[in-house]
Design a protein around this ligand. Structure first.
Ligand code: NAG
Length: 301
């Protein structure tokens, strides 16, 4: 986990609620040198281990973002928990991330219905001691009223042989997304403005066709979308381009948005794959995009 990623993430966040955050979370943000410290209490955990959270003061209302490698999922085990459920305290693990009221993966692309993605300790503590994420990100929300309340969680990472939805840990890298004959949709999300270079992709049934791109991708049932926008819910992002015929690339696209997403829609009839690399746009490139009215949809909202 790069330190810059943490800073970037915190700056992207609007507070989930506006509690009076105290304790070590404000210390975390102070160490990150905010020009204006967030009034909510947030932390980011990208390593495995046992974490103990202790409320030094009441009214601690916090969120912890958990993150693993693209080909990993996360388990959260409750160890000792000393909170007052009857007084309204809670610890909830969410299967995904919530930012600015939006969710990743979007409800459309997640295998579970929304209510099953929240696992609340007080509602199910005696039944579910362990929660497993469906992708490389998860989140823990908690709220405790009494100073001295505390709980311990164990965070572990596990190999996911068929990663589907992913948030990139870094603003540069490369990735190959494969959907092995499954009727589902997968997204790779980069929460930075980047140049993306789609180097190779194949969608079974179009492999024999020579033409590159044509309208009507959606009707074909198997296609790749490049999306951009300023939130994390992929169903609310704007389409930049659709690709639905195999090509021998490369295709370079600069996206000046907070979030750039490669999304693959699969009918399940074929093995679909797309490979791409990406790098952070520099200040000058962003300025150029801003000046070009045709490409500036991310700066309008
Ligand atoms: C995948 O996405 C497409 C278009 O966005 C949608 O019509 C389809 O229902 C989705 N499929 C699944 C399995 O969620």
């Amino acid at each position: 986990m790069e330190r810059t990623f943490r800073e970037h993430l915190f700056l992207l966040l609007l507070c989930l609620s506006a509690p009076k955050g105290h304790g070590r979370y404000i210390e975390v943000s102070e160490r990150l040198h905010f020009s204006s410290p967030p009034t909510c209490c947030l932390d980011m955990v990208a390593v495995e281990g046992q974490f103990t959270f202790t409320a030094e003061r009441p009214q601690l209302s916090c969120a912890v973002f958990l993150m693993a490698e693209p080909d990993q999922v996360i388990t959260v085990d409750y160890n000792s928990v000393d909170i007052d459920c009857r007084a309204g305290d809670f610890i909830t693990v969410f299967d995904g991330w919530v930012m600015k009221g939006e969710k990743f993966p979007s409800s459309q692309d997640h295998p579970l219905p929304l209510y099953e993605r929240y696992v609340d300790y007080c509602d199910s503590g005696s039944v579910r001691r362990s929660v497993r994420s469906s992708q490389n990100v998860a989140m823990v929300f908690f709220h405790v009223h009494n100073a001295g309340s505390s709980f311990t969680l164990t965070v572990r990472k596990h190999i996911n042989p068929f990663p589907c939805n992913v948030i990139s840990q870094s603003p540069q890298g490369s990735y190959t997304m494969v959907i092995p004959q499954q009727h589902r949709n997968c997204s790779f999300s980069i929460i930075y403005p980047v140049e993306i270079d789609i180097s190779e992709f194949s969608l079974g049934h179009f492999n024999h066709l020579p033409k590159r791109s044509r309208p009507g991708c959606a009707e074909s049932g198997d296609f790749v979308q490049l999306l951009g926008g300023n939130g994390i819910d992929t169903s609310k992002l704007l389409p930049i381009t659709d690709l639905c015929i195999a090509f021998t690339g490369p295709t370079h696209v600069k996206v000046g948005c907070d979030n750039t997403v490669v999304r693959m829609v699969s009918s399940g009839k074929f093995v679909s794959r797309v490979s791409f690399s990406y790098r952070l746009l520099d200040r000058q490139e962003l300025q150029t995009i801003k000046l070009n009215k045709l490409e500036d949809f991310c700066f309008n909202n």
